[in-house]
Structures are given as structure tokens and as C-alpha cells.
Design a protein around this ligand. Structure first.
Ligand code: PLP
Length: 287
């Protein structure tokens, strides 16, 4: 299968797709990104992803390198050139190439890189039987609502998770509450109610989170958007996580503690069904 990347107006073989060493993404992590899943060549929740992407750009004052209307056209072409029906799309914009100096360069055009990869769907046994997460201190900056390419703290937490054969690390804030995962949003279920951290500067407003909470509310499942403590987490009957690549994954173990007797619970199962139906409606894909 061809592997083609888009770099500042050109479609290039992935192996030869390069950016300059003075790109501020490379020098300073001065940029933002987005990850969108596509099935049957249809982007899932594209509008919501584009809204978040444009917001991230605005928040750090990077001008979009292409007209907003051009982006879907370039994406369609890139997916076609990669010959993939199902996969993931990374869009990354940096402040561009400039002599190394912290303040924004005056006349630099932002850089746009897009890549396509194979779909990152979770394994069947993870979807069915659930996954383990660990907890780790949240070492990130104070604007986690911006989908920044600066992911060092996330990487360190994920590496800890990986060392402990866990799927994810749930990040604990200084006040002892759970914010989100290193690359996903975090939820518990208590007395039938789904509890998850509210959006704001403290977490990334996940698109899967946004869609799922709407589906839950519509189905009459109670939802509380409030922080939950690590203590409260221990008493939860169910737990789960969401992201574009994980969809809705039951969490059955947190550190050494078993959740819900080590089996996914009925609320999580119902939410998995609702989300799968949403994906099917939009893209025709059976998860
Ligand atoms: C820190 C963080 N939180 C949450 C999410 C989930 O967001 P989404 O559902 O839009 O994939 C991600 C996804 O990459 C993430 O990196």
C-alpha cells in the first residue's frame, strides 16, 4: 500500500517527507495537532475535530496555513493517495521555520504536515474484558485544553503504564482528583451515574467524550461532569476510558485494585453499544 504524507502543499512518499531542522515544532514544540479516525474513507466526527483544531490554533495564535475550506479537500486527496479505507489521520501545524528565538517570528508562514496510518483499534479482548490502568502524577502544563504537540509529560506517564503492562496512565492532580488519561479521558460509574472531569483548562476536551456524554444523556444515563477523587475511584462499581483510537474501553484494574469484580459493568457496556451505533451511523463501520 502506498504511504504518502502531505507537507506544506506537496504529497510526498512518507519515507522522504521532511521538515526543516529550524521548524519551531522541532525546536520548541510550538504547534498543535489533531487525530481523526476514518472508516470507509469517511472522517468520524470531522466537524468537532476541526472546531477543536481551529480553537487550538487560535489559543496559541497560529494562523491556519490553508483556508479552512481547503483542509477537507486535501485530506480526501491524501486518504485516496494512501489507498486506505480505514485508518487514522494526523494533522499537525507548527509556527513554521525561523531562526531560533522564543518570541513569535514576524513573517513566517505556519507549517502543515498530515500523515495517514493504519486504524488503531483496540484489541477484541480489551473491548470485551477491559484493560488495566495505572495512576501517575500529572506533570503537564496548565493549558491541557490545547492539543499541543508538546507531549513529554504524557509520554513519561505512558511509559510508566507500559512498564506495568497497563493500557493507560490516569493522571492525578495536586488536589488528589483524577483529571484524565495520558491520551484519553477517564470515567467512573458510581450508583449508576457516569462521573468525569469537567472540561476547562485542566483536561483536553475529548471528541469521544463530547459525543459519548451526549449519547448517554439522550439515553437517560445520568452524567455528572465533576472531578472525582482517587478515594472515590476505589469505591466505583465501573470505570472506563475514551479516545479516538480506544473508543470506549472498560477499565477493570486501577493500579493493584480491581474494579467491579474485574469485569466490565452494564453501564459501560451500554455506552459501548451507543458509541458503536454512532460510528456505524456516521461511517458504516462496525466496530
Ligand atoms: C490528553 C488527552 N486526553 C483525551 C484524549 C481523547 O481525545 P479524543 O476523544 O478527541 O481522541 C486524548 C487523545 O489523544 C488526549 O491526548
Amino acid at each position: 500500500m502506498p504511504h504518502v504524507a502531505y507537507v506544506n502543499g506537496r504529497y510526498l512518499p512518507h519515507a522522504h517527507a521532511m521538515v526543516h531542522i529550524e521548524d519551531r515544532g522541532y525546536q520548541f514544540s510550538d504547534g498543535v495537532y489533531e487525530y481523526i479516525a476514518f472508516y470507509n474513507r469517511r472522517l468520524l466526527d470531522a466537524e468537532l475535530h476541526f472546531l477543536r483544531f481551529n480553537r487550538s490554533l487560535r489559543e496559541i495564535e497560529i494562523a491556519s496555513p490553508v483556508a479552512p475550506a481547503a483542509l477537507p479537500i486535501i485530506i480526501r486527496e491524501l486518504i485516496a493517495r494512501n489507498g486506505r479505507d480505514n485508518g487514522g489521520l494526523y494533522i499537525q501545524v507548527t509556527r513554521g521555520v525561523a531562526r531560533r528565538d522564543h518570541p513569535f517570528p514576524k513573517h513566517t508562514k505556519s507549517s502543515l504536515v498530515m500523515t495517514v496510518c493504519a486504524a488503531k483499534l483496540p484489541k477484541e479482548h480489551e473491548v470485551k474484558n477491559g484493560v488495566k490502568v495505572i495512576t501517575a502524577p500529572d506533570l503537564r502544563w496548565a493549558r491541557r485544553d490545547i492539543k499541543s504537540i508538546s507531549l513529554l509529560a504524557n509520554i513519561l506517564a505512558k511509559q510508566q503504564a507500559s512498564k506495568h503492562q497497563a493500557r493507560e496512565a490516569w493522571l492525578i492532580e495536586d488536589n488528589g482528583t483524577v483529571g484524565e488519561g495520558a491520551a484519553s479521558n477517564a470515567y467512573i460509574v458510581s450508583n449508576g451515574e457516569v462521573i468525569t472531569h469537567p472540561t476547562g483548562h485542566e483536561i483536553l476536551g475529548g471528541i469521544t467524550r463530547d459525543v459519548l456524554l451526549k449519547l448517554a444523556k439522550k439515553a437517560g444515563i445520568p452524567v455528572a461532569e465533576r472531578p472525582f477523587s482517587a478515594m472515590e475511584m476505589k469505591k466505583a462499581t465501573e470505570a472506563f476510558l475514551t479516545s479516538t483510537s480506544a473508543n470506549v474501553l472498560p477499565v477493570v484494574k486501577i493500579d493493584d485494585m480491581t474494579v467491579g469484580g474485574g469485569k466490565p459493568g452494564p453501564v459501560t457496556h451500554k455506552l459501548q453499544e451507543l458509541y458503536s451505533a454512532h460510528v456505524l451511523r456516521q461511517t458504516g463501520k462496525i466496530l
